[in-house]
Design a protein around this ligand. Structure first.
Ligand code: C2O
Length: 346
């Protein structure tokens, strides 16, 4: 088997750009690598499915819970693996080469992006983030909201994130892209601004192209990456855009790598990261319903690959790709939202 298992007993200093704006150590502060649980041994499908909703349809109670959960996470001691800063470091460690693959012929610095691991890794990552939030606010049914940038109502940064008094506020963002500015799902930093109504229809066309025209597993999910391969063999359609593009669009205009959202080592320090990834995760679920050829990989090297996370009880847990391919197995579903892009071929 050439499935991936990271050698996380050793966490190396990450590789950052030489002009990184902040010194960053991404290794977990309390390693407990000798002891871990296997997810499948304790996960029991919950009786009630949690329903993840879009920000534009949250009621006051929903948003209050999310804000409170983030505030409580930020208030945990920095070295608690459930704290907001430790959660952000998980992303940095999996992206910027802190972990190496154990392979006899290769000492490969690992990056979770630009391969068939993009969707399953981030699904697991925000799953544990959601469980931690639910635990901190005492609501086991808490569901992580999603920023539905693919729907007309969701095509601007949700205003909750720009409220100065909110735990969702984050300073380091592109100040010209705050609401009501319409997101550009095909953004590049040299993009021209176009009138809002035009941008909306460009965005719908982008969604159609990335979702509907990605008619094979590899086109959507990204390329295979097995033990012994070089990392980043090639991203799937939606990973390239809107995933990467929205990261860059949100990130600061003045920082060298569009920190925080625009680069991996800092992206998850902005609470909007989790709403962005909730919607990306939703795209994976929707894509599989779009017709013939839209199926998950059935390759054992993918299904057997594994990652490690801390759960809501600060236990260290090993998870496999195979256990996340159906969201119901993780106890949640997405609320249905109109898919205007489905009717909008370019
Ligand atoms: Cu791991 Cu949106 O990046």
């Amino acid at each position: 088997s050439r499935s991936i298992s990271l050698n996380i007993s050793e966490c190396f200093p990450v590789e950052l750009p030489s002009d990184a704006i902040t010194p960053t150590h991404c290794c977990p502060s309390k390693p407990s690598f000798s002891k871990f649980l296997d997810f499948k041994d304790f996960a029991s499908p919950s009786a009630k499915l949690r329903v993840r909703k879009p920000f534009h349809l949250l009621d006051e109670e929903d948003i209050a819970k999310f804000e409170k959960g983030i505030a409580l996470m930020k208030a945990l001691p920095d070295d608690d693996p459930r704290s907001f800063i430790q959660q952000a470091k998980v992303h940095c460690a999996y992206c910027n080469g802190a972990y190496h693959l154990s392979h006899p012929f290769q000492d490969t610095k690992f990056d979770i992006h630009r391969s068939w691991f993009f969707f399953p890794f981030h699904r697991w990552y925000i799953y544990f983030f959601e469980r931690i939030l639910g635990n901190l606010i005492g609501d086991p049914n808490f569901a992580l909201p999603f920023w539905s940038w693919d729907s007309i109502e969701g095509m601007q940064m949700p205003t909750y994130f720009t409220n100065l008094n909110s735990s969702l506020y984050h300073k380091l963002r592109h100040q010209k892209h705050l609401p009501p500015h319409v997101v550009d799902l095909n953004y590049a930093s040299n993009s021209n601004y176009v009138p809002s109504h035009k941008q909306v229809s460009y965005n719908l066309a982008t969604m159609y192209k990335q979702m509907v025209l990605a008619s094979t597993t590899e086109l959507f999910m990204g390329s295979p990456f097995r033990l012994g391969d070089n990392p980043r063999p090639g991203p799937g359609s939606v990973e390239a855009a809107p995933h990467n593009t929205v990261h860059t669009w949100v990130g600061g205009a003045e920082t060298p790598h569009h920190e925080d959202m625009g680069t991996f080592y800092t992206a998850a320090r902005d609470p909007i990261f989790y709403g962005h990834h909730s919607n990306l995760d939703r795209m994976w679920a929707i894509w599989k319903t779009l017709g013939e050829g839209r199926r998950d990989y059935s390759d054992q090297d993918w299904l057997d690959s594994e990652f490690f996370f801390y759960d809501e009880n600060a236990n260290f847990v090993r998870v496999k790709v195979r256990d996340c391919i159906d969201t119901k197995n993780l106890g949640y579903v997405y609320q249905d939202v109109d898919l205007a892009w489905l009717r909008t071929p370019p």
